[in-house]
Ligand binder design. Sequence first.
Ligand code: ADP
Ligand code: MG
Ligand code: ZN
Length: 474
Amino acid sequence: MFEVVIGLEVHIQLNTKTKIFCSCPTSFGEAANTNVCPVCLGLPGALPVLNIEAVKKAIYFGNAVGATVHKKSIFNRKNYFYPDLPKGYQISQFEIPIVEGGELHIDFDDGSSKKIGITRAHLEEDAGKSIHNGTESKVDLNRAGTPLLEIVSEPDMRSSDEAIRYLKKLHSIVRYLEISDANMQEGSFRCDVNVSIRPKGDEKLYTRVEIKNMNSFKFIQKATEYEIERQIEAWEDGVYEDEVYQETRLFDIETGQTRSMRGKEDSAEYRYFPEPDLEPVIVSDEMLEEGKNIPELPDAKKARFVQEYGIKEYDAAVITAAIELAHYFEKMLDEGAGAKNAVTWLTVELLGRLKNGYTIETSPVDAVKLAAIVKRIEDGTISGKAAKEVLDFVMEEDADIDAVIDKLGLKQVSDDGAIEAMVEGILASNEEKVAQYKSGKEKLFGFFVGQVMKESKGSANPAKVNEILKKKLA
Ligand code: ADP
Ligand code: MG
Ligand code: ZN
C-alpha cells in the first residue's frame, strides 16, 4: 500500500501600499501598465530600494508560526527568461531567507490536530502577467514588483485533505495578521503543490511532481487527487520510473487532469547569486521586538471561546476560522446575545442565508441586528420559528427588529393571565383526558400542550404553556 507525501509552497502578496523595490502602488485592477516605473520595468540603470513594510510583515508572520527571524538575510537574483519578467531575473531570497523553521497545527473534525513544519518563508518580487488572447499575447507589468512572501512547508502532509486543511489554516493566520488580503480570486494567495507517493513504511522521499500556481481550494484538491492516482497507477502498472519524474505540471480545469508543463529546473539552473544592488536585510532589535506584537491567532481564539463562552469545540473552530466571523460573533455577545444562541444564529441561520455572493463582510444583517433578534427569543418576545421569519424579512429589507415583529404580528403571548385562561378552557373541554392523565397516562401532557398552542394559533410562549399546564394538572 502507498503513503502520500505532500509539501506546499504558498505565495502570498503582502498588502503594502507600494511595491517591494520601488514606490509604485500595488493597487489591483488598474489599467494595464500604469502602476510602473523604471525600477519595476527593469530599465537599465534603475536601482531597487527595499520597502521596509514588507520586511515588517514577514517578521510578523515568522513570529506567528514560531519561526526564527534572521537578523541578517540576503537577496539573490534568480535568473530565468519569461516575457513577464522584464529584468531577466527575479529578486528573491535563497541561502538565507528572512524566516526559517516554524510550524502550524491543522485541525480535524474529531477535535484532533497535527503539526505541520514550515521550512522557511522568504521575500521576493512578483512577476507581471501575460494575457493570452487567440494568437496574440500581451504583458501587463502592474503586478511586477508586488511583494510576495513565499512560505514553504515540510513534506508533512499525507493526503489532499491535510493539504487543504493546512492551506485554510495558513489563509486564516495571514488574514488574522492582516499582512495580506489573501484573496484567492485576485491571486494574492497562490499555491504550488508537491506530490509524491511511497510504499507504506518506507522513510525515504520519492520523486516529487510540482503542480504550479493554483488559487482555488477545490481545484487544489482535484489536482492533487488526480496526481496521486496517476502516480499510484504508474507504480502498479510497472511504469513508475518512466512516467513519474521531477517535473512541473499544470492542472487543466476542463479535463480535471494534470499535464506536463516543463521538466523541473534544478536550483543550479537559476544561477542564483547575491543581488549586488541591494544591501543585506538587517533586522534591528527594535523591529524584532515590534514584530512580536501579534494579535490573538485562530488556535488561541478558539481555545478562549470554548473556555470563556462554553461553546462546543467544533463551533469554536467554525467561528474562529475567519477573523470576520470571530469579530461578528464577539460583537453579538457585546450586544447581549447569549453565546449558544449566537453560535446557532450566526453559523446555521445567517451563514445558511448568505448566498448570491454575499459574505459575512457584506451581509445585509449585521451583528447588532442579529443580536437583537436573538435577544427577542431569549426574553420570550418571539419563538425561534418566528425569529426565522424576522431574519428572512431583514435579509431582504433593512428595518428595526421590534418594528418587524409588530408588523408581522409575531409577538408571543407570555402573559400569564391569557395563557391560564386558554389552559383552563382546554382542560374543561377535555375532562375525560384529564382524568386519564391523572390516573397515570402522562403521555397526554403533549396533547394538552398541542391543544393550547393550536388555540393560540402558535403565539403562546411554549415554556409558559408548559409551566402553567403542569401547575393546573398537579
Ligand atoms: P523548489 O523551489 O525547487 O520547488 P523548494 O525547496 O522551494 O523547492 O520547495 C520544495 C517543496 O517540495 C517543499 O514544500 C517540500 O516540502 C516539498 N517536497 C520536497 N520533496 C518532496 C517529496 N518527495 N514529496 C512531496 N513533497 C516534497
Ligand atoms: Mg517550487
Ligand atoms: Zn515601479
